[in-house]
Design a protein around this ligand. Structure first.
Ligand SMILES: Cc1ncc(COP(=O)(O)O)c(C=O)c1O
Length: 383
């Protein structure tokens, strides 16, 4: 049997590789800052609702390719309200998680040999998918002072093979929240060149509720350019239910339906019910969890101000802290040592695109701030 060389060349799944370096996964001393997972289960009310629904026989069937209408309507209403814009049910396609949303959008827009503009550092699964599809990422350099990508740099990379600009905000791995102005400038660059602007907003519920993430949905012309990707995984702790969404023009959704039909047929029905319950009932719970995480981001910033610490916090927000390590060794070697000697499980920057050897990603969402002092002591011990 011969394998697709694009798949053979693709890097292995990073989380599993990092865990393979752990000597004793049962050790009580382990601090897991590896994967971006919520620290808590969905609330009891959601679990009760879903249990009853499944017992009553709901959720066992396929749904419409685009997802169940009440969920599409509820998400459209949620986005219209959150972004002070206009989104209709017809603009929404529910997917089996945000990763599938990204993969399907790339397949809808790109052929092998096409190019996507991607700021560094970038989310490893995005990079892996582009590699398996032979779509070339054209990277925007990382500015460790601001952690913001530069729209003008993107303009300079556009050629006849460019299909889209991709942003992730709040960012994985850096935690940086791109400013509305920055996102809107990327929109202008994409629009001027007839490209899509894909924005993965998996972590958008962890932006302060008082802040508008961006004003794109308020524009009459957003559908010509903008593609919003969303996940229900983090906001309602539904990672295993695999539910996300693409919000885009009906023209794009019509083409995307072909991919969705062949791959998932529809997003998991039970996940769709859970997401709908969340949108209809869990606003206060969501805000409470978001405030807890915001506190955690403040606590990690404070913890990194320790005078003896040689690791430098580059940026922090949502689930992540991106940290510059003080060694000349590769990020992979630094992380291996942190895992094996300090029992802090984290990821090397090198998983997040080129030129990231100086960095380490700490996913702090699943570690209570009471452990941060211990994390800092162990980082100091590693110096
Ligand atoms: C930026 C980003 N997009 C997508 C995902 C995956 O989301 P989902 O569970 O909805 O597929 C993650 C998960 O870590 C992520 O960090």
């Amino acid at each position: 049997m011969k394998f697709n060389p694009n798949v053979l060349d693709c890097a292995a799944a990073p989380i599993a590789e990092a865990w393979s370096w752990v000597k004793d996964p049962t050790s009580e001393r382990l601090i897991d800052m590896c994967q971006a997972v919520p620290a808590h289960l969905p609330p009891q009310s959601l679990r009760d609702y879903l249990g009853d629904a499944i017992k009553a026989g709901e959720g066992a069937t396929y749904t419409d390719i685009r997802g169940i209408p009440p969920l599409r309507e509820a998400l459209a209403a949620n986005i219209s309200q959150r972004y002070q814009g206009t989104v209709d049910e017809a603009d929404v396609l529910i997917t089996a998680g945000c990763n599938q949303a990204f993969c399907s959008v790339v397949d809808t827009l790109c052929q092998a040999g096409d190019e996507l503009i991607v700021p560094l550092p970038c989310y490893f699964n995005h990079q892996m998918w582009l590699s398996t599809r032979a779509v070339t990422p054209r990277y925007l350099s990382f500015n460790p002072r601001t952690a913001m990508p530069d729209p003008e740099e993107a303009r300079g990379l556009i050629n006849e093979r460019t299909r889209a600009i991709l942003l992730v905000t709040p960012n994985n791995p850096s935690g940086a929240i791109y400013s509305p102005e920055c996102i809107e400038q990327f929109f202008e660059v994409a629009k001027a060149h007839g490209l899509a602007l894909i924005v993965d907003e998996t972590y958008r519920d962890f932006i302060d509720i008082e802040q508008l993430p961006h004003r794109l949905f308020g524009r009459d012309d957003w559908r010509e350019t903008f593609v919003h990707l969303y996940s229900f995984s983090k906001v309602f702790s539904l990672t295993g239910f695999r539910t996300g969404a693409v919000v885009a023009s009906t023209a794009l959704i019509e083409q995307l339906k072909k991919i969705q039909d062949c791959t998932a047929i529809c997003a998991p029905h039970a996940g769709q019910l859970a997401a709908l319950y969340g949108l209809q009932n869990l606003h206060d719970w969501k805000v409470e969890k978001s405030e807890e995480l915001a506190q955690r981001a403040i606590a990690i910033r404070q913890a990194f101000s320790h005078p003896d610490l040689k690791y430098r916090l580059v940026s922090a927000g949502a689930y992540f802290a991106y940290v510059e390590h003080p060694f000349s060794a590769s990020a992979r070697d630094v992380v291996k040592k942190l895992i094996q000697e300090q029992e802090i499980v984290c990821l090397p920057g090198s998983y997040f695109g080129q030129d990231q050897e100086k960095f380490v990603r700490l996913a702090f969402a699943n570690v209570h701030e009471s452990h941060f002092e211990d994390v800092i002591s162990r980082l100091i011990a590693s110096q």
